[in-house]
Design a protein around this ligand. Structure first.
Ligand code: HEC
Length: 162
């Protein structure tokens, strides 16, 4: 191998090593900036596990998604419950679950079989627990703002200025 060729090979090796270092640096910087999953619950572990039992028992997941999960066999266009506690209070939720006709509180354009069913027949303790749990499902402010911004720009085609 000629001297010049050796030099070029070493040069290439040095440059690619450098690029790997820069890339590694950029990836670790991205990790730091990643704000993570925006949804969380403020309820105690006990409330969370008791409520999950009811959530399964009453088939909420046939229609709603929560923590990104839902029954994939169903295709009901119900709102996701992630972050619902940032939108509705515990009192509101309790009244909603207790209503004989939930559509008087939240009107629906869906067919009857897709609409939110009444849970007025549930024992009061269960309605309270569900309301408490759903009210504990929060969403981080930065995510709400990002969604608002995206929604605004999609609807208006203009840049969002808060
Ligand atoms: C048959 C499908 C179905 C089932 C089962 C169901 N829901 Fe709903 N839910 C809906 C729909 C659809 C809406 C939107 C309002 C409407 O169209 O009636 C809704 C609305 C809601 C809302 C209000 C959302 C908002 O935007 O304020 C909450 C909270 C909720 N459901 C919680 C639950 C919980 C908890 C369960 C289980 C105990 C449950 N739902 C079971 C379909 C369902």
């Amino acid at each position: 191998m000629k001297k010049g060729e050796k030099g070029i090979l070493i040069g290439i090796a040095v440059v690619s090593l450098g690029m790997m270092l820069v890339q590694g640096f950029m990836v670790s910087q991205e990790d730091e900036k990643d704000p993570g999953i925006p949804f969380y619950s403020t309820a105690s572990k006990e409330v969370q596990s008791q409520a999950s039992v009811l959530y399964r028992k009453y088939d909420c997941r046939d229609c709603h998604s929560l923590w990104g999960l839902r029954n994939i066999m169903q295709a009901v266009p119900a709102p996701s419950l992630d972050g619902m506690g940032s939108l509705r209070s515990e009192d509101w939720l309790y009244a909603y679950f207790s209503a004989e006709d939930p559509q008087t509180i939240l009107p629906s354009r869906l067919k009857k079989r897709f609409q939110m069913p009444s849970f007025a027949h549930l024992p009061e303790a269960e309605r309270r627990l569900l309301a408490r749990y759903i009210a504990s499902l929060k969403v981080e402010d930065w995510y709400l703002k990002e969604t608002q911004k995206a929604e605004y720009e999609k609807l208006t085609g203009e840049e969002y200025q808060p």
